[in-house]
Design a binder for this molecule. Sequence first.
Ligand code: VG1
Ligand code: CO
Length: 562
Amino acid sequence: MEKSLTYPPPFKSNDNRIMDIKINTVATTPFDDQRPGTSGLRKATTTFQKPHYLENFVQSIFNSLPTLDGICLVVGGDGRFYNREAIQTIIRMAAANGIGELIIGQGGILSTPAASHLIRKNGTDGGIILSASHNPGGPDGDFGIKFNTPNGGPAAEKITEAIYAASKTISKYRIATADPIDLDSIGETQLGSLKIRVIDAVSDYAELMQTLFDFDLIRDYLAGRRMIFDAMHAVTGPYGKRIFEEMLGCPEGTVWNGEPLPDFGGGHPDPNLAHAKALVKEMFADDGPFFGAASDGDGDRNMVLGHQFFVTPSDSLAVLAANATVAPGYRDGIAGIARSMPTSAAADRVAAELGVDCYETPTGWKFFGNLLDAGKITLCGEESFGTGSDHVREKDGLWAVLFWLNLLAAKKQSVADIMLDHWQTYGRNAYARHDYEEVDSDAAKSLMTNLTAKLAGLPGSTLDGRTVAYADDFSYTDPVDGSVSEHQGLRIGFEDGSRIVFRLSGTGTRGATLRVYLEQFTSNASDYSADAHELLKPIATIAHQLAGIEYYTGRSEPSVIT
Ligand code: VG1
Ligand code: CO
């Protein structure tokens, strides 16, 4: 881990405001629903607004740390409704718990990858990220909170389980009485023994990007070409404006929806074909831009589009891996690749060609941390619009967009041509995810139980003309620390290279969300121009029948296809 700043960072005493505090110990009782999911604790905003709810969880995080004495944490969020209130609470609790310093993004804003970078760059003891990522925000939307460890990544399961355990026995929390801290002015404030440093949220991140990509090449290439970056009124607005419009010379207006809003402008800040509709329409217009991209609520997801062309996230990981050396940060090649289990095997084919290892992990970025820290992988990704590398320990939306721009500038080809070339070399893993949202939780569990019981009998049998090669309940043993994570999704693989995966979401907040992941490999050139959904129709039908989706959920169609 690089530590380019000294720690603790120098304290500028001429610029601080000193505020007195009174420390209170508040009696509380546990909530029974504070188990972090795929990515932190995510609940309806109204749940977080219940008296003691946020405080209990924050104190549970604190109670599970080895020490609090004088430690430094990064704090920031995606700007959604309740972000500022939550940060003020965390500040007062940090002051009362003997924490030494908080580094906070201006306005309480930090994208998830920028927070990860700040933790690493300043060598802090971790960070708290306030986000429900791609879930809608606002008083009727969702809120979330996540703890990241000193490597910059989401806490591993061992730690999230310790936080959960602490939340079940909590009886008191410590909080200071103090005036709200000004989060909008850059500078330092002293609150009792706690130093609060409000910093520019964008600069360090933008600097990091300049070390990884050839900004001069990209700037020259973009001159006279039109691209769009849709920040979806979420956290990447300020990052996108600085990087695309100020540093890379794109005209004003290149960044769409660039102002972070507490309710994301009423939208669903999830960068996919279903939720970034206006961008997709513009990209598919006859005179549409050559390149378009979008990011999610907290800036860790990305969607990449060419003119009249959509790149699946699984393909994006494979293409970036195959061409990594075009970018200065990856000029020496990559050590290995990891993908989450439901992500298509497109990256595996590239890894095999490059002669590097490819790891298959459970869903969620926390499972990449050990592999990245151990230097076993350089790139990693998920089918859910997440791509990243060892530059931070979170997925990184803008990083992926810049990587694509660097690639386009180096190859001087369209997005569609790059993708077609890739398929001609490696074959195509046609891919889609079908989500059944807000289904009855018990019905979803019954579906999974019933399907699990069928798995053992499937291998060797034939479903609609396809022979099942394997069927299992995915279990992962971390190659670095040996920890085992079970029940990570049901996989059914066929001899022809197609695959169906079933999982229940760990980020949804209402009922259950059933995710069905469909993959079909083809090396038949006539399939390269075909619609993925056409190619996947036969296995979608198998999935429906095998799991009894309509029987259990009452749904004949998914709510969202991505
Ligand atoms: C979803 C995605 C998963 C991703 C997670 C967090 O989880 O499927 O790949 O890591 O969201 O992404 P689940 O359990 O609902 O399938 V983010 O951008 O919401 O932090
Ligand atoms: Co996100």
